[in-house]
Design a protein around this ligand. Structure first.
Ligand code: SF4
Length: 428
């Protein structure tokens, strides 16, 4: 049985951070029923996949956003219960087989009640967005959370969870990287559950509020210095870098994110969520169109999270059955059904050809410290990457931008900052 992963996009935040160009909506300005209806749409979308999912083992689930924990705890609990109920019906062994269920959180909205509920629902990994402990930097980012609140939230999380990941940001004006690292050092000393850290360089997306205050030129040097300093320091704390922006204690890589970088199958549920199934990549539409796909069903049946369970069989059998059918003996049917579905619903999609897939393999695997495996590349595409890119590889090797170790070709960690330039030279 093949593996598949699921991403659930819950695009609600208290307010928009100044640097944010992700798809998220400020929850405070939305009507009361909006979030409930959105959650219903996600459940209905999951029902769409019932037949498809029967042929797979669900490997990981990632509940991201947005800020999923801004949703009222009891509502989020009902949603998760219903979601996992559907998966249990598809595969009664689902909980025994799954490797990782992560939820993204903001430390500002962590409570004991929430954390206990997440644990009871079977979540086994928490990712928490700290970004910075500097008040000045946080104000520039538009998301100030006090250091005390961050620490008390981590205390609450680690009472129940043994696998915690924290997000930080590098290159932010106003903070001192040494202070941020000192903070991480203290957390690492206090909390054995801190197993993973992501550290992203601040980007200044066009049109965001931060774009009109700071230029990328202003942060460039700071980002380079902080990235190099961070890499050196974090390894002394026992965190191994395994991807451009990700570090972990041995064995605690994000299994879900590795699915993306290893080009494995996943489905994305929710507005703007992307899916990748074999060589088909497709993306759901933005919230208005996404909701439209399910609104008749929700309105006609007066569907709510409370009556959803009693109607599940009816919904599955009469409304959404057989949209995706995967039958290994007639693989063409699978593609045909998938493509009919995504075309019918006007979903952006791309049927990747061999060159596109090879390029994806190159740029995704070179993000990882282990790099690209030449044998796997040859086995999948029947192309000798080393021969095909002989001139480029030798030039990059001379500049120490690329190294070959046994069967793997990789970018040295200190050159990740020019990843785009290096990869640009290696694509087909
Ligand atoms: S919490 Fe994340 S998704 Fe929400 S506004 Fe801030 S950066 Fe955007």
């Amino acid at each position: 049985m093949d593996d598949i992963s699921i991403y659930i996009h819950l695009p609600f935040c208290k307010k928009k951070c100044y640097y944010c160009d992700f798809y998220s909506l400020p929850a405070g300005s939305l009507p009361e029923t909006f979030i409930e209806n959105y959650l219903l749409a996600v459940l209905l979308e999951l029902l769409n996949y019932t037949d498809l999912l029967k042929s797979y083992r669900i490997k990981t689930i990632y509940i991201g956003g947005g800020t999923p924990n801004i949703i009222e705890t009891s509502r989020l609990e009902t949603f998760l219960e219903l979601f996992f109920d559907i998966l249990k019906k598809i595969n009664p062994d689902f909980y025994d087989n799954i490797e990782e269920i992560t939820i993204e959180t903001n430390p500002e909205y962590i409570s004991r009640n929430l954390i206990k509920m997440l644990k009871d629902e079977g979540i086994n990994r928490i990712s928490c967005g700290v970004q910075t402990i500097s008040k000045r930097s946080a104000e520039i980012l538009g998301r100030y959370i006090s250091k005390n609140k961050i620490i008390s939230s981590i205390e609450i999380i680690t009472e129940n969870f043994t696998n915690l990941s924290l997000d930080f940001m590098l290159g932010v004006p106003g903070h001192y990287i040494k202070d941020e690292l000192k903070f991480i050092e203290n957390l690492n000393y206090r909390f054995n559950s801190l197993k993973h850290i992501s550290a992203y360089i601040l980007m200044i997306p066009f049109g965001t509020p931060i774009y009109y205050k700071i230029s990328e030129k202003q942060t460039e040097n700071k980002s380079i210095k902080e990235y190099n300093y961070f890499n050196k320091f974090i390894s002394q704390l026992g965190f191994k870098q395994y991807e451009i922006s990700n570090y972990c204690k041995p064995g605690f890589e994000s299994k879900h994110n590795l699915v993306y970088w290893n080009r494995q199958n996943y489905i994305g549920l929710g507005a703007t969520a992307s899916s990748y199934l074999y060589n088909v990549r497709y993306t759901n539409s933005c919230i208005a169109e996404y909701y439209q796909m399910f609104s008749d069903c929700i309105n006609d049946r007066n569907l709510t999270l409370s009556n959803f369970k009693s109607l599940t069989e009816d919904l599955k059998n009469h409304t959404f059955n057989n949209r995706y059918v995967r039958n290994d003996s007639v693989a063409n049917n699978f593609y045909k059904n998938l493509l009919v579905y995504i075309k019918k619903n006007n979903i952006n999609h791309e049927l990747l050809n061999k060159t596109q897939m090879m390029n994806e393999e190159i740029f995704l695997s070179l993000r990882k410290n282990e790099g690209l495996n030449l044998n796997s590349f040859f086995n999948e595409f029947e192309q000798d990457f080393l021969m095909d890119k002989k001139i480029e590889i030798s030039r990059l090797q001379k500049m120490n931008d690329l190294i070959i170790e046994r069967d793997n070709i990789k970018i040295p960690s200190e050159k990740f900052l020019i990843y785009n330039k290096i990869v640009g030279e290696l694509l087909y």
